[in-house]
Design a protein around this ligand. Sequence first.
Ligand SMILES: Cc1ncc(COP(=O)(O)O)c(C=O)c1O
Length: 351
Amino acid sequence: MNSNINIKLTEKSRLDTIDFNNLSFGSIFSDHMFVCDYKDGKWQNPTVQPYAPIQLDPSAKIFHYGQSIFEGMKAYKDANGNTLLFRPLENCKRLNKSAERMVIPQVPEAIFMDGLKKLLEIDSAWIPTNDGSSLYIRPFMFASGNGFHASPANEYKLIICTAPSGAYFSGKVKVLIEEKYARAANGGVGFAKAGGNYAAQFYPTQLAIEKGYNQVIWTDDNTHEYIEEAGAMNIFARINDTLITSPTSDRILDGITRKSILQIAKDANITVEERKITVSEVVKAAKDGSLKELFGTGTAAVISPIAGFGYKNEDFDLPELEASFASILKKKITDIQTNKAHDPYGWRVQL
Ligand SMILES: Cc1ncc(COP(=O)(O)O)c(C=O)c1O
C-alpha cells in the first residue's frame, strides 16, 4: 500500500522556525499532511502533501449537517531516536466506530496505518524529544460532498495532520459537576468522536468558566445523578484505596487511556471497580474524607488530577497526596509509551 501513496514534499520546511523548548499544545503544525478522498464509492488518491488550506464547496455537507469525526493520538521518540506509537489500531477501530454512527464510509486499516506511517517517516524530525513533549496526531474524516439535502454526502476526506506539542499542563483543575446540561444522551452519539459533541460542550463549559471553574464534570442526561466524563476525558474517582470509573455506554467515549489505566492499575494490585458512580457518593466521600482523588484520563493530558469540585453552590477540595494513584499510574503509562519501561502488553508500536 505504501507504494501507492503519492508524495508531494514541501519546497521549504518550516522546521527551523520552531522553538522545540517552548511548545504549546496543538497550535503549530508539521510540514506535511496525509489526505485521502472517498469518491465514486471508494477511497482513492492517498497523498502526503504540504500542510496547507484545503478548498471546499460552500454547500459541502460538513458545514451544514456536521458529518465529521476525529481521533487524537501521539507519536514519541525514544532515547535511541525510534518513532513510537501507542495502540494506534485502537484509534483506527474507534474512527470506524464513529464513522458507522455518522454514516461516513469505513476507512481500511491499511490506508489509515500506511498513511500515518508514511507521514511520520517524512516528518520524523518534527517529533519532539523533550520530556513530556510529543507529536500530537489528529486524524479526521468529514463530508466534503455537497448539497443542501439533509442526507449523507457521497464524498468524504480523510486527513491526518500533526502538531509538535508540549506537555498538556493545565495547573490546578477545578471542576463543576453539571446539574442541567448534558454532553450525550442514550441512543445519541456520545460514544463517537463526532465534532458536534465538542461544539455542544462549549456553552456549558463557558458558563462553568464564568463561575470560576476550569471544566465540567458531565453527568447523565436523565437524572444528573451519575458521574460520566470530565470535560473531554474519562473520569476516575479514588475512594479510600479503590479506583472507580464509569462503565462505557452510548454516552461515554471508550477511551484508550482509560482502558490502559484500568489494566495497569489492576496489574499494580490496585482495586478497580468499573461501575456507575453517583454524585451523592462522591459528595459524601468528599465530606467524610474518603475521597482521596479524582482525575481525568485522555491522550492529550494522559492523567489530569482534579484539585477540587463544585456542586450545588458548595466547593470541595481534594487532598494533595505525595504518592497519588494519578502520579504513579501516569509514570507507568508514559514510561511504556516512551520506551522507558518494558511493555508487557504489546501496546507500543515502533515504526
Ligand atoms: C469525550 C472524551 N472522553 C474521553 C477521551 C479520552 O480518550 P482517549 O484516552 O482515547 O484519548 C476523549 C479524548 O479522546 C474524549 O474526547
